[in-house]
Design a protein around this ligand. Structure first.
Ligand code: SAM
Ligand code: DTB
Ligand code: SF4
Length: 336
């Protein structure tokens, strides 16, 4: 891990933290993170790019494909989510997919160039017998030479152990927002429940994929609090998805004020600076972003995307649009 000294480039008003840019830290304060968000845009992007280039090839983007293996009918009340049974959306619920059908989708994702296959289930937590099928899916994905990721809700230590034994590489479980705003969004499980699941996953030796959502009507201080919560975890999540709310008719958050795209870019940049060795994923919301906003996110340190025409239940940009964008930027998908 190297630390750059770039005093000679620093603007006269650059904060003193500028000198330790790239250091791996878990003691970020809210004040420091607030100060990053408040930087003039060119300073922020310069810092983010500098940190990015210390740890990563800035021309390479990791691509993951998502599949909803069990859709809708979820007992949780996450206000953003079309899969909650608490809200009337147009979504059709379905039971857990067959292993073979999932593996056929995984093979197609691999053929299209994805290096990771992520399977999501609309559960509060999995039942032990459901894990038999999920473990078989993980084993099948691994046998194809792809990385595997699942997101299944809260886990017990024995369940995490079973997933690890099946060869699971990543578990996605998001903190979603700041601890203060969280209660406005979800009432059926607590922030501490989420932290406990993250600890269970980490202790099982599975890589953690953990991020959040912006554009839910939160304030700047909530974005500060969200990044702070992520960057002060005992170890930084290996993967940090930053989602922009996909507004779905029928959910309580449909009709929320949309976020200034530059505030989204700032969130990516601050995540990059504070978690220098993590993959930062430009996640949900790309379908509603211009190519130029996405390009700014990639310049601000995002180095991963979800690839394929669908996220879990909502649209994502077509694959050819994504490949064209990477080509226009002179960037390429990270090899398997
Ligand atoms: N049910 C499991 C859970 O919540 O832990 C796993 C699936 S859940 C759909 C995975 C994540 O997707 C959520 O934590 C949330 O961050 C994100 N998500 C869900 N709906 C979204 C939306 N409308 N816009 C942006 N992100 C969303
Ligand atoms: C994450 O942070 N974003 C993905 C993934 N983890 C599972 C999910 C986005 C879901 C967007 C809404 C939908 O398609 O249902
Ligand atoms: Fe259920 Fe996950 Fe959607 Fe929350 S985000 S309602 S837990 S599927």
């Amino acid at each position: 891990m190297s630390v750059v000294s770039i005093d000679s480039f620093a603007a006269p008003h650059a904060p003193s933290g500028f000198r330790d840019l790239g250091a791996l830290r878990h003691d970020w304060t809210r004040e420091e993170i607030r100060a990053l968000f408040a930087l003039p845009f060119p300073e922020l992007i310069f810092q983010a790019q500098t940190v990015h280039r210390i740890n990563f090839d800035p021309l390479q983007v990791q691509i993951s494909t998502l599949l909803s293996i069990k859709t809708g009918g979820c007992p949780e009340d996450c206000a953003y989510c079309p899969q909650s049974s608490a809200y009337e959306t147009k979504l059709k619920a379905s039971k857990l997919m067959d292993v073979d059908a999932v593996l056929a989708e995984a093979a197609a994702a691999r053929a299209a160039g994805a290096s990771r296959f992520c399977m999501g289930a609309a559960w509060r937590s999995p039942k032990d017998h459901d894990l038999d099928a999920v473990c078989a899916m993980v084993e099948g994905v691994k046998a194809m030479g792809m990385e595997s990721c699942v997101t299944l809700g809260m886990l017990t230590p024995p369940q995490a152990g079973r997933l690890k034994d099946a060869g699971l590489d990543y578990y996605n479980h998001n903190l979603d927002t700041s601890p203060e705003f969280y209660g406005e969004i979800i009432t059926t499980r607590t922030y501490q429940d989420r932290l406990d699941t993250l600890e269970t996953v980490r202790d099982a030796g599975i890589n953690v994929c953990c991020g959040g959502i912006v554009g839910m009507g939160e304030g700047l201080e909530d974005r500060v609090g969200m990044v702070h919560a992520l960057a002060t975890l005992p170890s930084h999540p290996e993967s940090v998805p930053i989602n922009q709310l996909v507004q779905v008719e029928g959910t309580p958050l449909a009709g929320s004020d949309t976020l200034d795209p530059l505030d989204f870019v700032r969130t990516i940049a601050v995540a990059r600076i504070t978690m220098p060795e993590s993959m930062v994923r430009l996640s949900a919301g790309r379908e509603n972003m211009s190519d130029e906003t996405q390009a700014l996110c990639l310049l601000a340190g995002a180095n991963s995307i979800f690839y394929g025409p669908k996220l879990l239940t909502t649209p994502n940009p077509a694959q050819d649009r994504d490949m064209r964008l990477l080509e226009r930027l002179g960037m390429s998908p990270m090899a398997l």
